[in-house]
Design a protein. Sequence first.
Length: 104
Amino acid sequence: MDDFEMNNMDGMESDTIIFEDEDGNEYEFAVRDYFFYNGDEYALLTEVGQEADENGEECIVCKVETTEGEDGEEDEEFVLVEDEGLAAKLIEIANTRLADDEEE
């Protein structure tokens, strides 16, 4: 998924992001969790409509970068974490958080 451009859908009520690949194919992902690590905000995403296998859902982690748009509103951009070691650590943190939430 390294070749995906990630865009937040303006005006969407739910935390859903549309990913578009270089061929123009669109993929819809849902935000499962937001969390901070070393001062940066990250989001754990799962593909909408994806069926969980015996290993559970496949997740990806994106860094959330906030910028100010032309209208003065905050815009969020989701940037894929390409460092495999960091991504593995972030997924481990996110999975622990989700497991803790399920226990409550």
